[in-house]
Design a protein around this ligand. Structure first.
Ligand code: EPU
Length: 433
């Protein structure tokens, strides 16, 4: 089993370039099958979730070529089935976008109920409500969501909660429905805007993405396009927080600073310096950080996907911090892992963690329990005294491209090793001292 071994205590210094956004890429890749013409996608992140989705699309009969890891050339014209493969696609969350895409284009889709990180119950009732409002019949059978319609007709749909997935999925189906659809209480996350922009580049007619009302005029067919994915705000935020946590100085390049405002504001509040450029941010911290309170909210609020890394940084900030999670019911499983490293943290009322800042964390063997938990434990390892081993790194590799290489280029002492390879572990320890 592969794991990360980290020797903490070194400040991160230098420059890092952020890759394409995972959650935007998954929506765009699924939407790309809605045209029969060729689509070229650039700036894809080199992560396992993207590979799994592309393989699943190839299995539908689409042509998928990868000239390099950051590029895909796709052609949906050769798709022969609307039944997505159960075994692979059920492992990732983004596979459910194939439901909206195939329902819109073929008026039929059979897609596995989505997997993804175990961060609490993740219902899809709002997706189903939207598909049904457009005229589809939706059933769940044998682990598959089966949606079909004679025809789709535009509708006025009010989402009961702000859901990135439901907004994107229903938006895709509505693109090829007859007439106008209005989505109210739509999610405003950058990846919703990104999928809308991509669909518009294929000839769709979507207005208002990025606000809570999206208006879609259906079209009968879509055409080819060449498109480049936006940078990943969560990868960028992770490096920003890691820079501050290690009292480092890092220029994070290829970002959209507007998407990072919630993280930048909190970093400034806890005593780091954040300098914004057109497409980069520099984070510097030279003294002990101080406490703050965090509440996760839909965009433009503080992102739930940054909650675990932010809480980790607050573990060594002076004073008491309170972190409240309002999006997911079970995103505090990492608290026990950080406690092994000497953090003083307790969960109260199920959705808040109270953190008493300690002077330092100490290295330990810890386990990634989901993607962002894994990233948080790496940051904890970088801050801690001594050696930290992070197990189950397959979670981290679902969403962070070349995480170890990027950290090493900033001066971190971290290596991916096989847990059975005692020599490699010994060699790492000798090298980093
Ligand atoms: N919700 C419902 N019913 C629905 C859909 C959602 O009640 O039909 C609830 C969820 O239970 C949750 C809230 O609405 O409480 C928000 O869920 P949302 O649908 O926005 O999340 P998602 O689409 O399943 C995406 C990202 C997540 C990210 C969230 C929030 C992808 C593949 N996943 O999930 O990313 O946390 O939006 O921004 O885009 C991650 O990258 O680590 C990750 C978990």
């Amino acid at each position: 089993m592969e794991q990360y071994i980290i020797k903490g205590g070194k400040p991160l210094v230098g420059e890092v370039t952020i890759g394409g956004a995972k959650n935007a890429a998954l929506g765009v890749i699924a939407a790309a099958i809605m045209t029969d013409e060729p689509v070229k996608l650039h700036n894809l992140p080199d992560i396992s979730d993207v590979d799994i989705l592309l393989k699943g699309i190839e299995a539908l009969g689409a042509v998928v070529e990868r000239p390099n890891v950051h590029e895909a050339r796709m052609m949906g014209g050769s798709i022969t089935t609307c039944i997505a493969s159960y075994d692979d696609l059920r492992k990732i969350r983004g596979s459910y976008y194939l439901c909206g895409a195939m329902l819109g284009k073929y008026k039929r889709a059979e897609v596995p109920l989505p997997g993804g990180c175990n961060i609490g119950s993740r219902p899809i009732d709002q997706h189903i409500k939207g598909f049904e409002a457009l005229g589809a019949k939706v059933v769940i059978q044998h682990g598959m969501i089966i949606a079909e319609a004679e025809k789709l007709v535009g509708a006025h749909i009010y989402f009961d909660c702000s859901s990135v997935g439901a907004t994107i999925n229903v938006m895709m189906a509505a693109c090829m429905a007859e007439g106008q659809t209005v989505l109210e209480n739509a999610a405003k996350e950058p990846h919703v805007v990104e999928v809308a922009n991509f669909l518009n580049s294929l000839g769709a007619n979507i207005k208002g993405a990025g606000t809570d009302v999206i208006r879609i005029s259906g079209v009968s067919s879509l055409h080819g396009s060449t498109y480049s994915i936006i940078p990943d705000q969560i990868e960028a935020g992770t490096f920003m927080l890691a820079a501050a946590a290690t009292r480092g100085d890092v220029l994070i390049k290829n970002v959209i600073p507007k998407h990072l405002e919630a993280v930048s504001a909190k970093l400034v509040e806890i005593g780091a310096e954040v300098e914004e450029f057109d497409d980069a941010v520099r984070v510097v911290a030279s003294k002990r950080l101080v406490h703050t309170n965090i509440k996760t909210l839909p965009y433009p609020g503080f992102p739930t996907d940054m909650q675990q890394v932010m809480a980790t940084v607050l573990c060594i900030a002076e004073g008491t911090s309170i972190v409240t999670e309002t999006i997911y019911e079970n995103r505090f499983m990492y608290v026990d892992e950080l406690t092994r490293m000497g953090a003083s943290m307790r969960v109260v009322e199920g959705n808040s963690a109270v953190i008493e800042g300690v002077d330092k964390l100490t290295g330990a063997i810890v386990r990634a329990l989901d993607l962002r938990c894994g990233a948080a434990l790496v940051v904890a390892g970088l801050m801690a005294d001594g050696y930290t081993t992070v197990e189950h790194i397959e979670y981290v590799e679902r969403g962070y491209e070349k995480f170890v290489n990027k950290m090493c280029e900033l001066g971190a002492a971290i290596e991916k090793v096989d847990s059975e390879d005692a020599k490699a572990i010994q060699k790492f320890k000798l090298r980093v001292g």
